[in-house]
Design a protein around this ligand. Sequence first.
Ligand code: ADP
Ligand code: MG
Length: 406
Amino acid sequence: MNKLSIRDLQLKGQRVFIRVDFNVPTSNGVVGDDTRIRETLPTLRLAADRGARLVLASHLGRPKGDSFAERAAGGPSLRPVAERLGDLLGRPVAFATDVIGESASKTVFSLGDEDVAVLENVRFEPAETSKDDAERVAFAQQLARFGELYVDDAFGAVHRKHASVYDLPALLPHAAGDLVRNELSVLRQLTSDPARPFVVVLGGKKPSDKLAVIEKLLDLADRILIGGGMGYTFLAAQGYEVGNSVLEADQIPAVKAVMAEAKRRGVELVLPVDLVAATHFAPDAEHSVVPVTAFPADREGVDAGPQTRALFAEKLADAKTVFWNGPVGVFEFPAFAAGTRAVAEAVARVDGLTVVGGGDSAAAVRALGLDEGAFGHISTGGGASLEYLEGKTLPGLTALDDPEGT
Ligand code: ADP
Ligand code: MG
């Protein structure tokens, strides 16, 4: 169904509640990679330039506890994020030390046109993520006081049935921000008539995270390359020894079914032919390259081997559409990043639409110092893009539907 765009709203002088995804890595109150903040700047600048009063809400991490007080005492605060936003926007950003309390009211109701405020971590309020509909709605009603309009620019959270994503837009005139609209338009290109060959690269840790999406991708892709931690369950399903590698033995039947289905449909599944096998999971572990046919029982796989890197690059060379999700090795350890680097470089060389979806995959592109501009699109939402490709209904997107929209 159609969604209104922020560009369709009359923003001047209005308090616009914008749900953003500022869930960035922080450690000891210092913001690390601020990509997610930068990605939402176009929407924020547009709203400010049109004279809106911006009220921004985001989650950060997974704070624990039964009350705001407990969660705020232990959880990550958005304050440093608000400070970074101020630097990036080049204008002052007010910060509320709570979500629906006195500080929030005071901050929000003293905003003038073009002013920006950030509320404290919305997940400090347990009701945000409550499974109880009434609890979430009651909380959303509190949030609704702060906005005359609602805009969702938090693509990374649209797959969550949370109050600020799902219940709040039902209470206010709503629209999608540019970040959400751009992400959707790229995902639509993948799912409706992609240029062929369409090659998918899947890695990451566990097949159980991604089997549902593989099933769906069998409808769309011409070729699926499988590596990383999840590759070992596929290799084990073919009867290979995988030693101490990450293996989800209970997924073997499901993996076998996917392999049979791929064959039936003529989708080429490509598995590793050699691996980097380490003595244990550590950055400086002793390691060597082994063929998949002779994996030592006392070792664990940590990266794709050189022949696999060449094979994957060859299988990507003629692609016209690529979706890549999941590193093919433990790229966080420099000694085991070569496979992921090879995949990233091969994807970057493709002459066609290339989409990187997945938090760790996007992090790998940046950590390995690759040119982000060489990729067609790097999604800000790993979970959300996978669920979209699976064909699931995403609560945050249904909430934005508008029969009058364009
Ligand atoms: P994304 O966030 O891009 O969707 P995932 O979260 O599925 O990716 O997986 C990323 C993680 O998978 C990384 O932390 C990486 O170290 C891990 N991984 C990749 N290959 C292996 C492997 N062979 N053994 C263990 N972990 C692996
Ligand atoms: Mg991940």
